[in-house]
Ligand binder design. Structure first.
Ligand code: CAA
Length: 258
């Protein structure tokens, strides 16, 4: 049975995780399904943004599926973690801008999924956290690494080692979210953000994300060299000529994504 829905809205696609019986928790089939959709969307050159959300009112994703992990042997658990990393990599290195629209609980693997997205906006009722240590395990879908990179080591350690759940407003203050909105406005705001991004030069948006994302894993000098190469590549595009000419001619640009 399909646990992930895909919808197109102009230059955006919406992926909705839909496993209400487990608050959208990620079991292996759902992870594989989500990854297959993400990889297929990565090939779609008409898209600019991919939005990720959870079905229902209560949860974005309540974590990796605990029931499915209960009796895992160590090597199977390692493989499970690696499958999670592969899924998150499909989002992190997507040519599109990925936006998590966090409509409720984003816990454990759910928060890790959201952290692999480029942008995160949440409804004011959402709660976020890495409760894994309370289950006797550690975050296994990138949480031990990405949280510290996003909010700094001290705050990440506090959140991860206490396993505490925090409300969206606190996550906003910590820099984990870029916006908190009323529950009934979440998808509208997420789509408006996608729409705003899609008005820019598509190749430039892709290269800007690529330069920032890949650069994070490099020493600064190498990252700056990579930025210079990406900057140079922009000048091979129609969109650079159009964008700069439109500015000089005081008119809106007509980007073609090439
Ligand atoms: N896995 C499997 N099932 C889950 C689940 C999960 N992560 N989270 C919720 N469910 C199931 C519950 O077992 C329950 O099922 P039943 O009706 O069959 O009993 C159903 O969803 C509804 O959940 P609750 O009755 O618990 O709902 P609640 O409103 O009382 O509480 C909640 C909501 C606080 C989110 C609570 O469900 C909860 O704490 N869930 C677990 C959160 C968690 O620990 N996530 C981390 C998982 S480990 C992980 O993610 C590892 C990793 O990094 C890879």
């Amino acid at each position: 049975m399909a646990n992930v829905r895909v919808e197109r809205r102009g230059k955006a696609a919406i992926l909705t995780i839909d496993r209400p019986q487990a608050l959208n928790a990620l079991d292996r089939p759902t992870m594989e399904e989500l990854r297959a959709h993400a990889e297929a969307l990565n090939q779609d050159r008409d898209l600019v943004c991919v939005l990720l959300t959870g079905a229902g009112e209560k949860a974005f994703v309540a974590g990796a599926d605990i029931r499915a992990m209960l009796d895992l042997a160590p090597l199977d658990a390692q493989a499970h973690s690696e499958a999670g990393h592969a899924l998150l990599r499909a989002l992190l290195h997507s040519p599109h801008v990925t936006i998590a629209a966090i409509n409720g609980y984003a816990l454990g693997g759910g928060l890790e999924l959201a952290m692999a997205c480029d942008l995160r906006i949440a409804s004011e009722t959402a709660q976020l956290g890495l409760p894994e240590v309370g289950l006797g395990v550690i975050p296994g879908f990138g949480g031990t690494q990405r949280l510290a990179r996003l909010i700094g080591e001290a705050r990440a350690k506090e959140l991860m080692l206490t396993g505490e759940r925090i409300p969206a407003q606190r996550a906003l203050e910590l820099g984990l979210l870029s916006k908190v909105v009323p529950k009934d406005q979440l998808m509208k705001e997420a789509l408006a953000l996608a729409e705003r991004i899609a008005q820019n030069g598509p190749v430039a948006v892709r290269l800007a994300k690529h330069s920032l994302q890949r650069g994070l894993d490099m020493p600064l000098d190498a990252a700056l060299a990579f930025e210079a190469a990406c900057f140079g590549a922009c000048f091979a595009t129609h969109d650079q000529k159009e964008g700069m000419r439109a500015f000089m001619e005081k008119r809106p640009p007509k980007f073609e994504g090439r």
